[in-house]
Design a protein around this ligand. Structure first.
Ligand code: MN
Length: 263
C-alpha cells in the first residue's frame, strides 16, 4: 500500500487539508505533516537559520497529524528525510483556499510543496480550488469534488510516475460539483495582477505603512490554458517543470555577440 504525504501552505487546521486527507485515504496510507500556520504566497521558502520543531496534532475528524514550525516545503523536506519513519511514495498538497493559475505558480506555497517533492525524488501534485464557492454551494462539496479528482490522479501517478522534474498543478472550479464539465490537460496561462497597486496609510503614531496585494487579477482566458479551463468550468491539470529555461529565447540569446564577448 502506498504511503501518501498530505501537506499544504494554508496551515494544518485548514478544512481543505482535511478533505484531501480523507479523500486520499481511499487510495493509500495517508500521513499529514503541514505547517502550524498559514504560509500562503511563501513560494519555495526554506528554513536554514533556525531549528524546526514537530508537533503531534489532532485534525477536526479526530485523526492524528503532524505540524511543523517550518515552511510548507520544509514539511516536505522533513518527511523526505524520514522524520515520520518512512519516505512517502507521493506528495499531494492542498486543497488550497484559492486557485493557483498562471503566474500564481511562482508565488504559491502549495505548488512549491509539489516542487520540493519532485526535488526530493517523490512525485508531487498540487491541488487548489476556491476559498469562497459560488453562491448556494457548500465549500465541503467543492472540497469533496477536488479530493475525488486528486484521488483518481494520484492513483494514476502512483501507477505511471511522472517525468523527472515535473509536477502536476491541479485547479478545481469553485462551482456546484454537478456543473463541473470535465478535466482539461492544460498549459500555464496568463493571469495579470494590477501593477503598482500600493495602499499607503499611517499608523496611530503617524508612521506610514503599506499593503501589497489583495486586488483581483485579470485573466486571459485562452483555450488550452489553466485560467481558460477553470473559467469554462473544467478541472485544469497542468504539468509544470522545474526547468525554467526559455529554450526559444536561448537560441536568440546565443547570438548576442556583444554580451558573449565581455570576457
Ligand atoms: Mn494557501
Amino acid at each position: 500500500m502506498a504511503t501518501i504525504l498530505v501537506t499544504n501552505d494554508d496551515g494544518v487546521g485548514s478544512p481543505g487539508l482535511l478533505a484531501l486527507k480523507q479523500g486520499l485515504s481511499r487510495l493509500g496510507h495517508v500521513v499529514v505533516l503541514a505547517p502550524e500556520r498559514n504560509w500562503s504566497a511563501s513560494s519555495h521558502a526554506k528554513t536554514m537559520h533556525k531549528p524546526l520543531r514537530l508537533a503531534q496534532v489532532t485534525l477536526a475528524d479526530g485523526s492524528a497529524a503532524y505540524s511543523s514550525s517550518g515552511s510548507p516545503t520544509d514539511c516536505v523536506a522533513l518527511a523526505a528525510g524520514g522524520v515520520l519513519g518512512m519516505k512517502p511514495d507521493l506528495v499531494v498538497s492542498g486543497i488550497n483556499a484559492g486557485y493557483n493559475l498562471g503566474i500564481d505558480v511562482t508565488y504559491s506555497g502549495t505548488v512549491a510543496c509539489a516542487m520540493e517533492a519532485t526535488i526530493q525524488g517523490m512525485p508531487g501534485i498540487a491541488v487548489s480550488s476556491v476559498a469562497v464557492p459560488e453562491e448556494g454551494v457548500e465549500l465541503a462539496a467543492i472540497h469533496a469534488k477536488a479530493a475525488a479528482v486528486a484521488c483518481v490522479l494520484a492513483a494514476e501517478v502512483l501507477e505511471k510516475g511522472l517525468p523527472e522534474g515535473t509536477l502536476l498543478n491541479v485547479n478545481v472550479p469553485g462551482i456546484a460539483p454537478e456543473r463541473v464539465r470535465g478535466v482539461h490537460m492544460t498549459r500555464m496561462g496568463h493571469r495579470r495582477y494590477p501593477t503598482g497597486a500600493l495602499i499607503r496609510r499611517h499608523d496611530p503614531s503617524g508612521r506610514p505603512y503599506y499593503w501589497l496585494g489583495g486586488e483581483a487579477p485579470v485573466d486571459q482566458l485562452d483555450d488550452g490554458t489553466d485560467v481558460g479551463a477553470v473559467a469554462a468550468g473544467f478541472v485544469s491539470v497542468t504539468p509544470v517543470t522545474l526547468d525554467m529555461t526559455d529554450y526559444t529565447f536561448l537560441r536568440e540569446l546565443a547570438a548576442w555577440t556583444t554580451a558573449a564577448s565581455v570576457v
